[in-house]
Design a protein around this ligand. Structure first.
Ligand SMILES: NC(=O)c1ccc[n+]([C@@H]2O[C@H](COP(=O)([O-])OP(=O)(O)OC[C@H]3O[C@@H](n4cnc5c(N)ncnc54)[C@H](OP(=O)(O)O)[C@@H]3O)[C@@H](O)[C@H]2O)c1
Length: 248
């Protein structure tokens, strides 16, 4: 049987790196993309040494360069074979001061968290739709569920990504293409290093395991771990006039 081929965008650390390692360990082939080229190349080399075969390819890519996506997709297919699954894990979460309203910083969140996802998801949709097969998994966040005082652009950029994924899912589901939105709670990764007050924290590897399982079960939206679903149900139901008085 031909090994399944996946692209993981944002694979130089955290959840994306764990996704790539897991997909290869299961026997699949995987392309790892991120800005830090030497890092994805190092991880790919390590995977290939562990597997004793060429299963991984590391490619430097900045998702803000969305015009490069089609060329990269072609390169991955020429080196690894036809792509079966896309995992979009790239994202940033920059600290924001209480009195800060910085448009350049906010734009970076939309460029990477939202538009980068749109570009890669569209590229996958153009190929998977006509084929009537394929899996697209986007890592959103529980943070997309409400606009909070701490990180306005992160919340909004993830909400944009999340809604785009829903729309693409509604367009492609009937053709047999899976589009899964994953909303993690707190995950121990470089992104959350030093973040205070985290709870229900899971490892990047556990997050990757739950993410892969959700795509394979053809879930539409999944909270990881599952206990975030009822929690976010409560948070979403808090009326705005109460929510604006809360400190989170
Ligand atoms: N950790 C959490 O608690 C948590 C919770 C909910 C959702 N998430 C989401 O999970 C995803 C993975 O985050 P993580 O926690 O694993 O953090 P991470 O270790 O910081 O990983 C983020 C990944 O995104 C890549 N990336 C950032 N900007 C990029 C760009 N311009 N072009 C290409 N790649 C870019 C980074 O690689 P380079 O820097 O090398 O480009 C890195 O590989 C993110 O979308 C994040 O929002 C995380």
């Amino acid at each position: 049987m031909t090994p399944p081929v996946s692209i993981v965008v944002g694979a130089s650390s955290g959840i994306g790196e764990s996704l790539a390692r897991r997909l290869a360990a299961e026997g699949g082939k995987v392309a790892l993309l991120a800005r830090r080229g030497p890092e994805v190349e190092r991880i790919a080399k390590e995977i290939n040494q562990q597997c004793g075969a060429t299963r991984a390819l590391g490619v430097a890519h900045d998702v803000t360069d969305w015009s490069a996506v089609d060329g990269l997709w072609g390169r991955v297919e020429s080196e690894l074979g036809q792509v079966d699954a896309l995992y979009y894990a790239a994202g940033i979460l920059e600290p924001v001061e209480g009195d800060e309203f910085d448009t350049a910083k906010d734009k970076r969140h939309f460029d990477i968290n939202t538009l980068g996802s749109v570009a890669w998801v569209n590229a996958a949709a153009r190929r998977f739709g006509p084929r009537g097969a394929g899996t697209i998994v986007g890592i959103s966040s529980v943070a997309q569920d409400r606009g909070r005082i701490g990180r306005p652009a992160y919340n909004a950029s993830k909400a944009g990504m999340d809604t785009h994924l829903e729309a693409v899912r509604n367009r492609l589901w009937r053709k047999g293409v899976t589009v899964t939105t994953v909303r993690p709670g707190f995950v121990q990764t470089p992104m959350t290093e030093g973040v205070q007050g985290m709870f229900w924290v899971i490892s990047a590897d556990r997050a990757a395991e739950l993410t892969i399982a959700a795509g394979r079960k053809r879930k539409a939206v999944t909270y990881i771990p599952w206990r975030w679903r009822p929690m976010m149900g409560v948070i979403r139901s808090i009326p705005s006039f109460v929510f604006r008085k809360l400190n989170f």
